[in-house]
Design a protein around this ligand. Structure first.
Ligand SMILES: Cc1cc2nc3c(=O)[nH]c(=O)nc-3n(C[C@H](O)[C@H](O)[C@H](O)COP(=O)(O)OP(=O)(O)OC[C@H]3O[C@@H](n4cnc5c(N)ncnc54)[C@H](O)[C@@H]3O)c2cc1C
Length: 267
């Protein structure tokens, strides 16, 4: 059986400063009773479950009063409201939690120690968001598209400026692949996840955005089509360009990654 999880971390007023989150979970016997709101929750409208950060100790200092809970999305008191993004699609949601009762057995790890789970998951998420394989696949596609697209009767790929841009991106993706391989080859206990994850996330998302910008230029008006049966991979190039702008925000913004790198690498 497949189970879909959404990530209930961000809240209005608690994004970059995630530890300010206010969704509360008060203990009543064998249950937690949850009240609050999550926002920007990707795919909450499909999810069976949410893994969420909730405040279990309002008196404790920020990170110390947070717990990690699994919440069945069918539980009474949960409502999901769509947020439509710049690409015109429904990926994101607001999730409201009103007296939502969750068994204490759904707690992951220890009460008030949820921040440790969150840090571990965020580092893994950032490594995934780098989408190293996708970068390579999309650049190959851009190259192929430019070979078949004509400008003044000549294939676009013959344009020296475009050719150079593709070559620069190729080199950057190679560096990303090597960084990813170094990460994978490092003994797990020595990986020092945050710096690796932040470098991959920062560079990977910059490269993705540059590739979608390039694809948009190459595709021209055809990229505006939302569905193109004759050329399915051309469809929605523009929509993907718009959505790619969010990549430097989700999973922790680029500014936050630079801040982490400044603290952990530069010192
Ligand atoms: C497409 C998309 C999908 C998402 N999916 C999910 C999801 O599934 N689950 C979930 O929990 N969240 C999700 N998020 C939320 C995402 O994690 C937050 O948007 C992100 O952490 C930024 O928080 P914020 O939006 O509150 O912006 P803010 O924290 O308010 O930041 C606003 C701006 O200020 C800058 N800034 C903030 N603090 C600093 C600082 N200390 N130094 C320098 N600059 C700073 C930021 O870089 C940003 O540019 C998603 C967001 C997007 C866009």
């Amino acid at each position: 059986m497949d189970l879909w999880f959404c990530q209930g971390f961000s809240e209005p007023g608690a994004g970059s400063d995630l530890a300010s989150l206010r969704t509360s979970a008060r203990r009543e016997g064998d249950e937690y009773v949850i009240n609050g709101q999550k926002i920007w929750t990707s795919s909450a409208h499909y999810a069976d479950w949410m893994f969420a950060l909730v405040r279990t100790d309002p008196e404790a200092r920020k990170q110390l009063g947070i717990s990690f809970l699994l919440i069945d999305m069918k539980t009474r008191g949960i409502s999901v409201r769509p947020i439509i993004t710049l690409d015109g699609d429904h990926h994101l949601n607001e999730v409201f939690l009103d007296e939502v009762r969750v068994p204490v057995t759904n707690l992951v790890g220890e009460e008030n120690k949820g921040w440790d789970c969150a840090k571990f998951l965020l580092a893994n998420e950032r490594t995934g968001i780098a989408n190293v394989g996708l970068c390579r696949e999309r650049l190959d596609y851009a190259r192929e598209l430019a070979s078949h697209t004509l400008q003044a009767g000549r294939p676009l790929i013959e344009d020296v400026k475009l050719h150079r841009e593709i070559a620069v991106l190729d080199a950057e993706i190679r560096a990303l692949e090597i960084t990813n391989a170094r990460f994978l080859l490092t003994e797990s206990e020595q990986r020092r996840l945050p710096p690796f994850a932040s470098v991959l996330k920062l560079k990977g998302t910059e490269i993705q955005q540059e590739i979608y910008q390039l694809l948009t230029r190459i595709a021209g008006p055809a990229g505006l089509e939302r569905r193109t049966p004759a050329e399915p991979s051309l469809a929605a190039v523009n929509a993907r360009y718009f959505y790619s702008r969010a990549a430097s925000v989700y999973g922790g913004s680029s500014e936050i990654q630079k801040d982490i790198l400044a603290k952990t690498v530069v010192g």
